[in-house]
Design a protein around this ligand. Structure first.
Ligand code: ZN
Length: 409
């Protein structure tokens, strides 16, 4: 489906760095020696509610990944899905007496607006679960025919025992996996499963729920993990550079996805690095739909908050950190934006290049956005204190902030 329009990324003098990034599977920083085209998959939204700051923080992290790669003269092949049929979406539609397809379309449209306003670069392929069903069904059939999946009362489950690398993405023990499986949409206590952790690949049609032709699987709808695997394999293939999402996706979603793909192809690994963004809290608790403590990007926009300030607020925290959204986080970002805009409004200033290099170094080092902001702060402080005679320096800073941080000054 259509994603959203791309904001232009200005070219900068010089060349960026190879990206070093934290991989959840190894627990270490890895330097990604990407090929000419870097490949990125980031899990998208389930469109039953508006984009909150927690989502925006996650997509901000992977937008920085793209910008580091682009600055390093790589092409970027970025794929994102939208889970436009799933339990939470159907439940919300029933609760509100709304057609589930209308709900999904409306919230996906709002997500596109939010991403555009925040200058997040769009994926090359933006693919809905529903449109991916014709690709998902044959994969489930293949897993079943290879003995890596089994039927239980018409539903089809993946057997985690079929992948010898199962458990390597999250590194969790069986007890922790079981607890998280129950919390995050799994059904570890369903009788008849070979392993309590086995996730559903295909759910047989339920009364009053939408279903699709599943060929030999019978009518039904796909599980969440196989959805992302089908889309990633079609558009990126095995061994792509980064599988990304929020830290709550490491298990079960990314663990299961990797195992599905590895069992299907016999190849390893699914992704070279599994990268996870921290969670954002409000009033001391993780921002989540179930708790209702959400700050929506669209609401901030309606309140006339400059999207560039929202973006700077996100950038003021390291992507792996769990942090709390407060009024003062936004106020500090608004002050910073005003300082920077004043500093680049003059035709001349202190030489820009050393500061641009500091921004590049910071971002290539596990996306250290707070350090990148401090480098721009130092240039802006110098501009204010002493000025400088380098004609065009403010323009270079302005283009670097746009190209590397996605902030329009
Ligand atoms: Zn996913």
């Amino acid at each position: 489906m259509y994603a959203w329009p791309a904001s232009e990324v200005p070219a900068l003098p010089g060349k960026g760095r190879d990206l070093r990034i934290h991989d959840t599977a190894t627990g270490e920083l890895v330097t990604l020696r990407t090929e000419e085209t870097a490949r990125l998959y980031v899990c998208g939204i389930t469109p039953y509610d508006a984009t909150h700051i927690g989502h925006a923080a996650t997509y901000n992290a992977f937008d920085l990944v793209q910008r580091v790669w682009l600055d390093n003269k790589r092409q970027v092949h970025y794929v994102q899905n939208v889970t436009d049929v799933d339990d939470p979406l159907l439940e919300r539609a029933v609760r509100d007496g709304e057609d589930w397809t209308h709900l999904a379309e409306r919230e996906t449209a709002l997500f596109r607006e939010d991403m555009t306003a925040l200058r997040m670069l769009p994926p090359k392929h933006y693919v809905g679960a529903v449109e991916a069903i014709p690709r998902i069904v044959p994969l489930v059939e293949r897993l079943r025919d290879a003995g890596a999946a089994y039927e239980l009362d018409g539903d089809v489950y993946f057997s985690v025992a079929s992948d010898s690398h199962f458990g390597e993405v999250s590194g969790l023990d069986a007890a922790a996996m079981r607890m998280l499986s129950a919390e995050r949409g799994g059904d570890p206590d369903r009788p008849g499963k070979k392993n309590p952790l086995d996730p559903m690949l295909w759910m047989a049609a339920r009364e009053s729920e939408p279903s699709w032709d599943g060929a030999s699987l019978g009518p039904g709808r796909p599980g969440w993990h196989i959805e992302c695997v089908a889309i990633a394999l079609e558009h990126l293939g095995m061994g792509f550079d980064i599988q990304g999402g929020g830290s709550d996706l490491a298990f079960p979603h990314h663990e299961m996805g990797a195992s599905h793909a590895q069992a299907l192809t016999g190849e390893y690994p699914f992704a070279k690095a599994y990268v996870h963004a921290g969670m954002v809290a409000l009033d001391g608790e993780k921002m989540s739909k179930s708790k209702g403590n959400l700050v929506f990007v669209s609401q901030l926009r309606r309140d006339d908050v400059d999207p560039a300030a929202i973006r700077l607020a996100l950038l003021s925290h390291h992507y792996r950190e769990d942090w709390e959204w407060t009024a003062s986080v936004l106020e500090r970002a608004q002050e910073r934006l005003a300082h920077w805009r004043a500093a680049v409004s003059r035709p001349d200033g202190p030489a820009a290049e050393p500061f641009v290099e500091q921004v590049r170094d910071a971002l290539a080092d596990d996306l250290d956005a707070p350090a990148a902001l401090e480098a721009v702060d130092r240039w802006a402080a110098l501009q204010r204190a002493e000025g400088g005679s380098d004609m065009g320096a403010p323009g270079v800073i302005s283009r670097a902030v746009d190209a590397l941080l996605g902030v329009a000054l």
